[in-house]
Design a protein around this ligand. Structure first.
Ligand code: HEC
Length: 106
């Protein structure tokens, strides 16, 4: 079989893997526009920044943890610990915290 045909056959598999990766990321760390509007109105710019940090800087040592896997009182303990691991500045820390609690609906 030629290389070309092999590559062609592998394409749907590659596409499926990439797609599955996107879907699971959206479940682990939902996009800001999918979040319910918060009573406070929320600061969307800050939440976007928070999500970006969550899926990049927070995913350096492990894959992004699904936010809903932990309760908000567990996050109260996890976040300060993990923010320390990540060396975030004050604004970044506030953004990632705001994002996590927004996903939890708070
Ligand atoms: C320097 C590496 C590193 C970075 C950066 C990092 N983590 Fe972690 N994370 C770990 C390790 C190691 C564990 C497991 C052991 C532990 O709990 O300390 C963990 C565990 C977790 C857990 C599982 C709960 C738990 O306490 O076991 C969550 C949730 C988590 N991290 C979220 C985050 C978030 C959110 C960020 C960004 C603010 C982040 N992590 C950044 C290393 C990291």
């Amino acid at each position: 079989m030629s290389r070309m045909r092999l590559a062609f056959k592998a394409l749907p598999l590659v596409a499926a893997v990439v797609l599955a990766g996107c879907v699971s990321l959206e479940i682990a760390a939902p996009r800001v526009e999918t979040l319910p509007l918060l009573p406070s109105g929320g600061n969307r710019v800050q939440l976007e920044q928070g999500r970006t940090i969550y899926i990049t800087k927070c995913a350096k040592c492990h894959s992004p943890e699904p936010v809903h896997r932990y309760t908000s009182s567990q996050w109260d303990v996890i976040l300060p610990d993990m923010i320390g691991e990540t060396n975030l500045d004050t604004a970044e820390s506030a953004a990632v915290s705001a994002y996590v609690y927004a996903v939890l609906g708070q």
